[in-house]
Design a protein around this ligand. Structure first.
Ligand code: NAP
Ligand code: GLV
Ligand code: GLV
Length: 312
């Protein structure tokens, strides 16, 4: 049987498939995949390992042929029309859990980097501008005695909360359902009002698209720190830019963008932003484990067995 992989993934996953005698074709180009290439994959291959940047909508799924499984190499599956896949009898899987710690670590790093001006200070030091210790040099915002609001308290949100618990901060969270956790659950409005730091850990859905616009930013505390490692379109990027300009948001740490891989020029010229190229799960361990999990899911489905992590 034949498997199409839309970008090179760690060798572990490819080896797993080859050892089981699958013929593996890997798309080598680094450019965004075209509709024709996706249709080719869905027509000619028994399974696909897809990337979060591959838009697998109803328009391409309606032209599907042989394909029985789309194993998304990500936990988020907002790039795939799950219902349209289901209609074609195609199973969709994702890679939860194995990337949780890596992504929560990155969110923690990004929060500290943005609020303590790590990148800006590094640049200053490299440019030879450090002329001596200064009481007013690069003052930022610390977590001590502050409130961190987490939006979306699932696997990654909870791991992030555990990491942030090491600091002397209060944690509050909001998601659609209250959970049995050692942190206060609050409604969305309260989270906006009370938080000194806000970090997003919810999926992109029809409901969460543009959940953060000018209106929500205006309800936040002046000088809030805003971290997004979830999905870009949850935030209206131009409103975020304005909130950064007015100082409503003091610092933003972003791993994802509304029009990814485009990043608005204004964000790039601001000093109070730390911008990362969507590297949340980018540790060797997480990416190896994701490759194995995706390959196992492909193998299970093509052998008529239930995959470990099916998306409903
Ligand atoms: P998860 O375990 O499903 O957690 C998602 C949480 O969001 C749940 O607590 C859910 O609870 C909540 N939620 C869903 N819709 C919501 C809404 N409209 N308003 C408020 N809360 C909502 O997922 P996960 O594994 O933690 O992953 C979360 C997301 O992180 C992924 O979907 C992906 O987009 C992103 N991610 C990014 C990277 C990166 O590289 N930057 C890496 C991995 C994941 P309720 O259903 O009760 O609301
Ligand atoms: C990464 O963004 C993922 O959803 O796994
Ligand atoms: C700073 O280096 C201090 O000793 O306070």
């Amino acid at each position: 049987m034949k498997i199409y992989i839309t970008k090179p993934i760690p060798e572990t996953g490819i080896r797993f498939l080859k050892e089981r005698e699958y013929e593996v074709v890997i798309r080598k180009s680094d450019t965004l995949i075209s509709e024709d290439e996706l249709v080719y994959g869905l027509k000619e291959f028994d399974g696909i390992i897809s990337m979060l940047s591959d838009p697998i909508g109803a328009n391409v799924l309606e032209k599907a042929g042989k394909c029985r499984i789309i194993a998304n190499y990500a936990v988020g599956t907002n790039n795939i029309d799950i219902q349209a896949a289901k209609k074609r009898g195609i199973i969709v899987t994702n890679t939860p859990d194995v990337l949780t710690e890596a992504t929560a670590e990155l969110a923690t790093a990004l929060l500290l980097a943005a609020s303590r001006r790590i990148v800006e200070s590094d640049r200053f030091a490299r440019e030879g501008k450090f002329r001596g210790w200064g009481p007013l040099l690069f003052l930022g915002k610390g977590l001590d005695t502050k409130t961190v609001g987490i939006v979306g308290m699932g696997r990654i949100g909870q791991a992030f909360a555990r990491m942030i618990s090491a600091f002397n901060a209060k944690i509050i969270y909001h998601s659609r359902t209250k959970q049995n956790l050692p942190y206060p659950f609050v409604d969305f409005e309260t989270l906006m009002k009370k938080s000194d730091f806000i970090s997003l850990h919810l999926p992109l859905t029809a409901e969460s698209r543009h959940m953060f616009t000018e209106k929500e930013f205006s309800k936040m505390k002046d000088g809030v720190v805003f971290i997004n490692t979830a999905r870009g379109p949850i935030v209206r990027e131009k409103d975020l830019v304005n909130a950064l300009k007015t100082g409503k948001i003091a610092f933003a740490g972003l791993d994802v963008y509304e029009f990814e891989p485009e990043i608005s020029d204004e964000l790039k010229t601001m000093k109070n932003t730390v911008l990362l190229p969507h590297i949340g799960s980018a540790t060797e361990k997480a990416r190896n484990d994701m490759a194995i999990l995706a390959a196992r899911n492909v193998d299970a489905v093509l052998n008529g067995k239930p995959p470990a992590t099916k998306v409903e």
